[in-house]
Design a protein around this ligand. Sequence first.
Ligand SMILES: *Cc1c(COP(=O)(O)O)cnc(C)c1O
Length: 432
Amino acid sequence: MPRHTIEEMYQELGISRKVYRLGKETEDSLAERFAKIQETAEYNQLKVVSAMQKCRVSAECFQSGTGYGYNDLGRDVLEEVYAAVFHTEAALVRSQITCGTHALAVALAANLRPGDELLSISGKPYDTLEEVIGIRPSAGSLAEYGVSYRQVDLLSDGSFDFEKIRGAVNDKTRVVAIQRSKGYQTRPTLSVEAIAEAIRFVKDIRPELIVLVDNCYGEFVECGEPSDFGADMTVGSLIKNPGGGLAPVGGYIAGTKACIDRAAYRLTSPGLGREVGASLGVNRSFFQGLFLAPTVVAGALKGAIFAANIYEKLGFRVVPNGTEKRHDIIQAVEFGTPEGLIAFCEGIQAAAPVDSYVRPEPWAMPGYDSDVIMAAGAFVQGSSIELSADGPLKAPYAAYFQGGLTWEHAKLGILKSLQSLVDKGLVCLEEI
Ligand SMILES: *Cc1c(COP(=O)(O)O)cnc(C)c1O
């Protein structure tokens, strides 16, 4: 017989009865949606296992190369597996890709030449890409290399502005970029279906246009990926969804052979490309992380939906709302005040398995134009497939919450965040 009830266990972790009860009610009301998420996880699990079998993943793949990294079997098979999962001709999956921004920077720089134009058709790109592109001047930006930039904003309902896109494509346009997830914006995340329609539209204008999709936080949320619908490059970070929490570093680009070869030449060196780049012991965690990714993503998704429903009940604006369909694992909650945003992040930090005793503070992070607060007590530093929250200290003081390697932990995190708001008098549970 267990010594404690679950409610008592939560109490031991600082969760009051009222907060626990609100959580329980909310969870009970979400049973049907959670079952749908499990179905998607099941589909994607089969997709990943089938790719691993087809590519003959073996124990030898977990050995790793050193030095130049010629004939690094695990690295090469891993790239085949990614290509099979994303249904692309090729993939570049490397620990030498330091993060998502780097993967995107490599993909862009590799496939644009002086005089070319990059066109973003999903509005302003993710903050860190502003310096990559040169929207905010930076040494080594695409702008410095004579690559121009143009952008078409999404319509107010979050859909593509097809008329303006047609008008924006010109003789110089070479790469068309689409960002799936909302990043630090409160626009809706794009569904794979909407992205597919945009890719068809762009290819209709000029088939040789290269379509790049920033797939960060979107992997395995749906049964299909942008690469299934003609994206020439699908790009993301391994310390988000596809690393499954086990990848300690890395990024991927999956796409056409021509685009991936250019990306590899850019990442390592012209002439060397994919042939070099020792895997240095990370192969097993890359494979195993990818294997776990569909279920890890499912847990994170449940956490996001749970958070949306709790905070919506309390009267906060949440994006997406409690009932909307999901296309990434990000949940934004607008607190309207710095105190609310900070209290939320403190609660998330307090729920962590690592560094739970520290208090996050806003700071001027490189690449961002305002102070940012980040809560993360992760096994992999900065990993945002693990339970984490962050937000820029500017109106509307939105917290962006994501991750949770397990649903159970994501749930604890949300309850701790709410408890933190309650304890500071920022939320009163009597009122609901
Ligand atoms: C996280 C993210 C990036 C950048 O990834 P980093 O790994 O933080 O460099 C780019 N685009 C989107 C939409 C993201 O969410």
